[in-house]
Each structure stands twice: as structure tokens, then as C-alpha cells.
Design a protein around this ligand. Structure first.
Ligand code: SAM
Ligand code: DTB
Ligand code: SF4
Length: 355
């Protein structure tokens, strides 16, 4: 029987999740070695292209307009600034840029046109581009695909049962509908969730089941530990232990063998040894750079040291999928000729550095 399945039962996943920890890690490590190169870790870099002032009420999120947090609202960034940050991230070893916007959903306006231009520019720089912009229609997903989008991130965050306790302004079904739109546009899906929201073990299993029983597993599965932020309803949540992260990562790894499981938010609180165990349990990706969207993340030099100790190297872009073909190139679509030349020069610089 193929081990790529989408008919997992709650009992089966529960049994995996509750195995003695070292057995669980061993099994996950074995699956990892079958489908992935255990010496490589895919490195993604995040940019918050539009920050704060979001109309949604996600209880964990410092960017909701409903809560009073220290996050400063910032309108959509300029294309040039985003491409400049992408270039620095690429030089630091990132193969993927993830552009995050504090939007409920994408609207068909000039801001979206600007995001499409960012996507074209980063794709032109030979990086994978991921966007996380809230809900999208099928047509919007297609426009992103035509601009060269590689992945779309849209997390289920928790189980369907627990969802209403965390977010009231949209439904679980809304999330899954956007997944369908992304799939129909031929863009790879990045979807995972957060632990530490006050959920039960059943909820953690439920979240994994939602992802593992999709017709096609998400190509990326980010597992976030809640970063409790002052001013949000979840500010006083206790931090999850490293053992809970390891269990989640290992279980996701076993039930979705081909997916890249990302050790996501919460790394700042984890020791190097703890992170090593997460890699052993099948994490094949991290967010790098000293900031996630609005909260801190380990500094680049710390990750470099960690990778060196563990003998890990960052993955090259497009190792697990084709580079998306664009309908209109960055050069044809943009009026900013100077920026086109800059991007060209960066590309040559990067190519020379690799030789
Ligand atoms: N607005 C879009 C959306 O919600 O889909 C995109 C941005 S949103 C910040 C992306 C994801 O970040 C959320 O789905 C959630 O999983 C994660 N996230 C947000 N705040 C977090 C926190 N405090 N700790 C851990 N993960 C968090
Ligand atoms: C994901 O699963 N985690 C990232 C990314 N996808 C967009 C976001 C984490 C955000 C943590 C809180 C913050 O920095 O605002
Ligand atoms: Fe808005 Fe996304 Fe934050 Fe929810 S998680 S409040 S949708 S930015």
C-alpha cells in the first residue's frame, strides 16, 4: 500500500501522535529520509508587506485592528523596497520569499496590482515566491499564478471544532474554499497551523487530519508555536514545550510524507538542541531572518551556526517543483526601467557568487 494516503482515521493519527517520543522521532526520521534529503533545509524569508489594521479578529494576531498592540500600521510597501529585501535574503541563503499582508481578503485594486509586480520581480530573481494575503477568489489566484507565484500560504490554524473560539469573523469553510481556489490556479499550497492556542490534543489531531485528508496534501506545512503578544486575547497563554512541537512535526511528517514540514514561529524560545530534534523529527524548512512578520526570530548568524553544527545546508530554489512560467515578464510589465536593470544586475551578481 502506498504511504501517501488521504484516508487517515482519528484513531490512527492519535496512535502515531502518542507513540513514545523517541520511537515517534525515529519513525518520522525514517519517513523523512525516504522522501527528502535530510542534509538540506529549505529557508524562507518573510516580509510583512502591509502591516496591522486588519479587520479580522484572530485571537493570536497582533495585527488585528480589534486589539491594542505595539504593532504600527503600515500601508503597502513599495515594490523596490520589497525586491531589495528579497535580494538580501537570497544572499543569506533563502530560496523562498513569503510576502504577508494583514488583509481579510484580496481586493481587485491597485494594491493587488502592486503585489503582482512584487511577485513578478522576485520570480525574475530566481526565487520561489509565496504570498499570504488572506482569502482569494479563483480569478485572483490565477492572476497570482500568471505573475509567477509558486506557493500560497493560508493556514487552517487549528481544528474545525476549536476554530470558532479563536476567530469569529470567518469560518473554517472560508479557509478551505481559498485552498480550492489556489489549487485550481495550479499554485502549490502552504497550510498548517499554530499550537498553544489553548487547544486540546484532539484539536491538534483534528488540525493534522484536515490537512492530511485533503485530496492533495499541502506541499508545505508550517507548524507554528504561538508567540503570545501583549494586547491580544491570547497574551497570557503559556508557551508550548519543545516536546509538543516535536510531536506535531513528527506526526505531520509521517502522515504527509512528501510535504515539507516547516518549523515556523516560536524558534526564538527554542534551544539549538530542541531545534535539532525538530529537524530530526522531519522539519525540512524554517523561516530565517531576525523578524517573522511583526515578532522577532533568531538572527541570521545564529541560524548559520546552527546549520554548521548540524551539517545542514539551505536548499536551492525549485528543487521540489518547476519554476512558474509567467504570462508577462517583469521587464514587460513594469514601467520602472531602473528597477529592471537593478534586478538584472542582482541576478548576475548572485549567479557569479554561486560559481
Ligand atoms: N492575513 C492573512 C491570513 O490570516 O491568512 C495572512 C497573514 S497571517 C499573520 C499568517 C499566519 O500567521 C496566520 O494564519 C497564523 O497562522 C500566523 N500567526 C499570526 N500571528 C501569530 C502568532 N502570534 N504566533 C504564531 N503564529 C501566528
Ligand atoms: C506561517 O505559518 N507562519 C508565518 C507565515 N506562515 C506567514 C507567520 C508567523 C507570524 C508570527 C507572528 C508575527 O510575527 O506577527
Ligand atoms: Fe488579519 Fe491574518 Fe492577523 Fe487574522 S491572522 S488578524 S486575517 S493579519
Amino acid at each position: 500500500m502506498s504511504d501517501i494516503r488521504n484516508n487517515w482515521t482519528k484513531e490512527e493519527v492519535l496512535e502515531i501522535f502518542n507513540k513514545p517520543l523517541l520511537e515517534l522521532v525515529f519513525e518520522a526520521a525514517s519517513v523523512h529520509r525516504k522522501y527528502h534529503n535530510p542534509r538540506e533545509v529549505q529557508v524562507s524569508s518573510l516580509i510583512s508587506i502591509k502591516t496591522g489594521g486588519c479587520s479580522e479578529d484572530c485571537g493570536y494576531c497582533p495585527q488585528s485592528a480589534k486589539y491594542h498592540t505595539d504593532v504600527k500600521v503600515h500601508k503597502l510597501m513599495e515594490v523596490e523596497e520589497v525586491l531589495g529585501q528579497a535580494k538580501n535574503a537570497q544572499a543569506g541563503g533563502a530560496s523562498r520569499m513569503c510576502l504577508g499582508a494583514a488583509w481579510r481578503e484580496v481586493r481587485d485594486n491597485s494594491d493587488f496590482d502592486r503585489v503582482l509586480e512584487m511577485v513578478r520581480g522576485i520570480n525574475e530573481m530566481n526565487m520561489e515566491v509565496c504570498c499570504t494575503l488572506g482569502m482569494v477568489t479563483e480569478e485572483q489566484a490565477r492572476r497570482l499564478a500568471d505573475a509567477g507565484l509558486y506557493a500560497y500560504n493560508h493556514n487552517v490554524d487549528t481544528s474545525e471544532e476549536h476554530y470558532g473560539d479563536i476567530i469569529s469573523t470567518r469560518t473554517y469553510k472560508d479557509r478551505l474554499d481559498t485552498h480550492q481556489h489556489v489549487r485550481k490556479a495550479g499554485v502549490t499550497l502552504c497550510s498548517g497551523g499554530i499550537i498553544g492556542l489553548g487547544e486540546t490534543e484532539q484539536d491538534r489531531i483534528g488540525m493534522i487530519l484536515t490537512l492530511a485528508n485533503q485530496e492533495k496534501h499541502p506541499e508545505s506545512v508550517p507548524i507554528n508555536a504561538l508567540v503570545p503578544v501583549a494586547g491580544t486575547p491570547l497574551e497570557n497563554q503559556e508557551r508550548v514545550s519543545i516536546w509538543e512541537m516535536v510531536r506535531m512535526i513528527a506526526t505531520a511528517r509521517i502522515v504527509m510524507p512528501k510535504s515539507v514540514v516547516r518549523l515556523s514561529a516560536g524558534r526564538l524560545e527554542m534551544s539549538k538542541e530542541g531545534q535539532a530534534l525538530c529537524f530530526m523529527a522531519g522539519a525540512g524548512s524554517v523561516f530565517a531572518g531576525d523578524k517573522l512578520l511583526t515578532t522577532p526570530n533568531p538572527a541570521q548568524n545564529e541560524d548559520r551556526e546552527l546549520f554548521k553544527i548540524l551539517g545542514l545546508t539551505p536548499t536551492e530554489p525549485f528543487m521540489k517543483g518547476e519554476k512558474p512560467e509567467v504570462k508577462m515578464s517583469y521587464k514587460e510589465s513594469t514601467k520602472k526601467k531602473e528597477l529592471v536593470e537593478k534586478v538584472q544586475a542582482w541576478k548576475e551578481e548572485m549567479a557569479a557568487a554561486k560559481k
